[in-house]
Design a protein around this ligand. Structure first.
Ligand SMILES: [Zn+2]
Length: 407
């Protein structure tokens, strides 16, 4: 597993030196890369080089063909491009400078007319240009918060310990209306050593899937820790799914880590499973699978109290994780929390009416409570789905005996 280096930028000595600059022969930050490449004098061999635009006078200005690691980096480069554009003689305006043209009402109108011809893409920060040249009649579309904005605002809420505000950004926020999940979630946040000490966050890179439904935003926390926010888009809004305590490439390692742990547990290799679980839970902070396997680990090593805590976290993160919910309900059941177990069994059946183990166990619970009619209905349902389900047959025999004894 590779962790990114936390080396500093050799120009500002402040931000992370996340890329190697061919021009300086040193590692630099994306912000200083923007400062350098805007003059178009970077070596052509560098993948981050800004090339002279080959767009014609008929095209919308500011369409940069350049590699950037985030939308923010691209936007800040565009601001520099705008600064340059307004003080450069423009052939399409007869070699006049936009900054000087903007001194007169007619010149301003000419500039406005140019931009009125286009539908301006939302990633171009037109407001900045309009403000600099006082293009008052230009209609600027409202900027829609993107995944990078959403991730940054979410982290700000955590720094401010504004828990209610934070939930507003969270995927499945209705789920957190339930106190048991909310408290579990807040405890995880408050007990995490990186999140607890977070004072500042700096964007390093981001990525989005081709269908624009999922995004990853990688930050440096307090100048030394890696943190990637994972987000989902619902309707046109971005929501936070969770955190990975590492650079964004680590998102690809989660499934492999889970598989390794599952294999070790199936072989009863508990000591190796334990050390992998420790290692990966530090990274995959919001992996429901990881907590589920912690639950399995503690179930298999006969520590139901610990297993209960981890199964709860698995369903706190993923309310649709039926197997984890069943294991949680079963632990409640065996330790005598019948009302708790009943609620969760019912919930499972609501989510998956064919889930035999929950149907049968809820029937058991009803038998224990003397609620024979409901128990019989459930067992009938259960055996209707699988007539050979052993535990349901046993329960039905037990129930029949009890009913006969009562007569
Ligand atoms: Zn720098």
């Amino acid at each position: 597993m590779r962790f990114s280096s936390t080396r500093r930028c050799s120009i500002c000595n402040l931000r992370r030196g996340s890329r190697y600059c061919l021009r300086k022969g040193k590692y630099i930050c994306w912000s200083d890369c923007n400062e350098l490449r805007i003059d178009l004098k970077c070596p052509s061999g560098c993948s981050y080089t800004l090339k002279q635009s080959d767009s014609s006078q008929q095209d919308l200005p500011f369409q940069l063909q350049v590699k950037t690691d985030s939308r923010k980096e691209f936007r800040e480069l565009l601001l520099k491009e705008m600064d340059k554009w307004i003080i450069t003689p423009q052939p399409l305006f007869g070699n006049r400078m936009p900054l000087e043209m903007a001194d007169s009402a007619t010149g301003k109108k000419e500039i406005e007319n140019l931009f009125l011809k286009f539908k301006i893409p939302d990633f171009i920060p037109m407001k900045y240009l309009a403000d600099r040249l006082h293009l008052d009649s230009l209609k600027i579309p409202e900027l829609i918060p993107d995944y990078e904005n959403t991730a940054a605002e979410y982290l700000d809420k955590i720094i401010a310990q504004d828990w209610a505000g934070m939930l507003h950004y969270k995927l499945n926020q209705n789920h957190y209306a339930r106190e048991i999940y909310l408290n579990n979630f807040l405890n995880r946040i408050k007990n995490n050593r990186i999140l607890r000490k977070m004072r500042e966050h700096n964007l390093i890179a981001s990525a989005v899937t081709d269908d624009h439904r999922q995004a990853l935003v990688f930050h440096e926390i307090n100048g030394k820790y890696d943190l990637t926010v994972t987000l989902y888009r619902k309707n046109s809004q971005w929501f936070v799914k969770g955190f990975i305590m590492g650079p964004l490439e680590l998102v690809n390692g989660e499934n492999e880590a889970i598989q390794q742990i599952a294999v070790l547990l199936s072989k009863n290799d508990f000591s190796r499973a334990f050390s992998l679980l420790r290692k990966y839970t530090d990274i995959y902070f919001d992996s429901a699978d990881m907590y589920y396997y912690w639950g399995m680990y503690y179930s298999l090593t006969h520590n139901p109290a610990a297993a209960e805590i981890y199964f709860l976290t698995a369903i706190e993160i993923d309310p649709d994780f039926i197997e984890a919910k069943y294991n949680y309900a079963y632990i409640l059941h065996t330790r005598g929390d019948k009302p708790g177990a009943r609620d969760f069994y019912r919930e499972i059946i609501e989510q998956n009416p064919q889930y035999l183990k929950a149907l049968n166990n809820l029937a058991s619970l009803y038998i224990e409570e003397g609620n024979f009619t409901e128990a019989a209905d459930l067992l009938e349902l259960c055996l209707g789905i699988d007539p050979d389900f052993k535990f349901a047959r046993e329960n039905r025999n037990r129930l029949q005996k009890l009913i006969e004894e009562e007569k």
